[in-house]
Structure formats: C-alpha cells, structure tokens
Design a protein around this ligand. Structure first.
Ligand code: UDP
Length: 332
C-alpha cells in the first residue's frame, strides 16, 4: 500500500516508516521538524517538510503520492506542557488532525490508523483498563486526542467508505533492535531515557515523582510496550481495515511495572547504580495505568515480542550508549 506517515521524523513515526518499508509498503513522510529529526527520516521514504495545518499542500501530497492509508503520529505529547499551553495542544493535535482529515476527504483517502493514548481514560476506577471504560481525560493532552477519536468516529458514521483504527498507547519504550533508530527528545522527560542518561553520567540523578501513591511500593505503575511491537500493531490494524470500520484498541502488554521496579531493571541492564532521589508527585500523573490488551490480540492476532522489561530497556541502552548525543551526530 501507499502509506503516509505523519510525524515520520519522530520517535514512533520513524520506527513505523522503517517497519512499513521492510514489509514492502511505499512510504511518504511529512513532519514539520519542530520536534522530529531529519536524520531519523527513512532514506527510502518520500519526505516533505509540512505541517498538519497546511491543508491544501497536504491534499496535493495525498493525491500526488496516491496515498491509500494515513498513519497519523504527528503530535505534541508532553502532559505537563499541555497543562501549561493547552491551546498549543488543541491547535497542533486537534486542529492539525482536523486539517489532515479534511485533506483526506478532499483527496478521497479512506483509511487512517491514529495514534491515540491511554491518557484519554483519565483516572479509571479499576485496572486493567478495557476499551469500553469511560474516557475522562485529566489533562489537555488527553482531551486533544479524545477529540480526534470523536471526529474520526463521526466521519466514519457519515462516510461509508471511510474506516479507521485508533490505538490507545500505553507507555512506548525501547529502540530499534538493529540499532538504526532511537529516541531523542528535547526536553527528555520520559523515565527510561532519563534513567539511561543518568547511567551515562549525563544527569546526576533520577528523581522519582512521588513515593506515596496507593500502590504496593508507593510509586506509579505503567504498562511499557516496545516501539517495534507497537508499530507492528499499526500494520496489522491497517491491513485489517474494511469500509466503515471504527475500531478502538488498547495497545500495551497488559502488565504494569512500578517506577521502583523500572529503576531496578535499568540498573541491572546498565550495570550502573545511578543515584535516585524522591521528588514530589508530577501533576497529572494517575497512580496506575495498565492495559487489558485482549481485544487487539483477539481481533487482530497481535502478539508482543517483548514482554520482559529488561529486554525492552536493553534495546534503548544500545542506542543511548552508541548515540550519547542522540541524532545530533547523525547525517543521512
Ligand atoms: N517518572 C519519574 N521520574 C522521571 C520521569 C518519570 O518518576 O524522571 C515516572 C512518572 O511519574 C510516571 C512514570 O515514571 O509514573 C512514567 O513516566 P513517563 O514520563 O516516562 O511516561 P508517562 O507515563 O508520563 O506517559
């Protein structure tokens, strides 16, 4: 298929482009390069520097490249930043997706796989999370994505040949096992990269954001899924789409790890006893989030290859050790 990957210079989008090309698809990428890296753009993909909000240019690209399906990753994705700058999130994530959907409608592109988030659930009453639970986000990031789910559902109800799958990600982690792609955010706030930077001596310590949560060891619990498993699920979702489909799946491995357990795992993988401190809770952090991932396994036959947290961290450690400055030193 001809697939447009939005945000294809970003962490997840770049891994998706690689997997699609390896599976024999023809890939076009757009990215505004605000947070993405030109060096992460796959050399075999057609690349255009474009912002989601440039509707007309997008329509032209969709037509010119004869796109069959859009994998839509481009988004701002920091919860804390979304609380500080909500309009920026609604503009980029929600209005940007609206612009993309308009371009798809104008160019008659009938399929989308959308990068949604477990942040759309807010603080669920019970764990694990199943897809039918109420969605009540507790931050603008979650809302900005939930609005897109809604727009997609309404569009699928209105246009018989349109179809989409929204994948509600849990915590995406790890790097390409062949070492070709990695994770390079600025600022870096995610737990695994922060720990690996500490192991490399680039940070003095790792602050644990709260040890007084109602969990067994007092720290937050999250469900970490390897980025290569995650992008495989996108390809399965794309290939399964049929006219009129409106699908929603949780995408995690269905098991939670506490921040303390993550610290132990990262220390074991790196062999570095990096320093930790206890900091205050981070606003907007639910105590516990992990998926019931049965639906996607049952309906799409998805099976994660990485179920062991140390193996996931190992793939990230390979990248961080060999790219201590991220993509800065990489040219393509
Ligand atoms: N976390 C932490 N210290 C850090 C970064 C993250 O204790 O320096 C915790 C955070 O509170 C959350 C978990 O690690 O419970 C995962 O956070 P991350 O930012 O990686 O992903 P999120 O769950 O926010 O999507």
């Amino acid at each position: 298929m001809n697939v447009l990957v939005t945000g294809g210079a970003g962490y997840i989008g770049s891994h998706a482009a690689k997997a699609l090309i390896e599976a024999g698809h023809r890939v076009s990428i757009i990215d505004n390069l605000e947070r993405g890296h030109a060096a992460a753009v796959h050399p075999q993909a057609h690349f255009q520097k474009l912002d989601l909000r440039e509707t007309q240019a997008l329509t032209g690209l969709l037509q010119q490249q004869a796109i069959d399906c859009v994998m839509h990753f481009a988004a701002l994705a920091y919860v804390g930043e979304s609380v500080q700058q909500p309009l920026r999130y609604y503009d980029n994530n929600t209005a940007g997706s609206l612009s993309l959907m308009k371009a798809m409608a104008d160019a008659n592109v009938p399929r989308m796989v959308f990068s949604s988030t477990c942040a759309t659930y807010g603080i669920p009453q019970t764990m694990p999370i199943v897809e039918t639970m109420p969605q009540r986000p507790i931050n603008p990031y979650g809302w900005s994505k939930l609005f897109v789910e809604r727009m997609l559902a309404d569009q699928a109800a209105a246009v018989p040949e349109f179809a989409f799958t929204a994948l509600r990600y849990f915590n995406v982690a790890g790097c390409a096992a062949d070492g070709s792609l990695g994770e390079d955010h600025d600022p870096e706030t995610h737990l695994i990269p922060v720990m690996l930077e500490a192991a490399l001596g680039k940070r003095e310590q790792v602050s644990i954001f709260g040890e007084d949560y109602p969990t067994p060891d007092g720290t937050c619990i999250r469900d970490y899924i390897h980025v290569e498993d995650l992008v495989d699920a996108h390809i399965l979702a794309m290939e399964a789409l049929k006219d009129g489909d409106a699908r929603f799946y949780n995408l995690g491995i269905g098991r939670g790890y506490s921040v303390r357990q993550m610290v132990d795992a990262a220390r074991a993988v790196t062999g570095v006893n990096f320093a930790i401190t206890t900091g205050p809770r981070r606003p907007g952090d639910p105590p516990e989030l992990y998926a019931n991932a049965d639906l996607i396994q049952r309906e799409l036959g998805f099976k994660p290859r990485y179920t062991d947290i140390e193996r996931i961290i190992e793939t990230a450690w390979q990248w961080f050790k060999t790219h201590p400055d991220g993509y800065a030193a990489t040219t393509r």
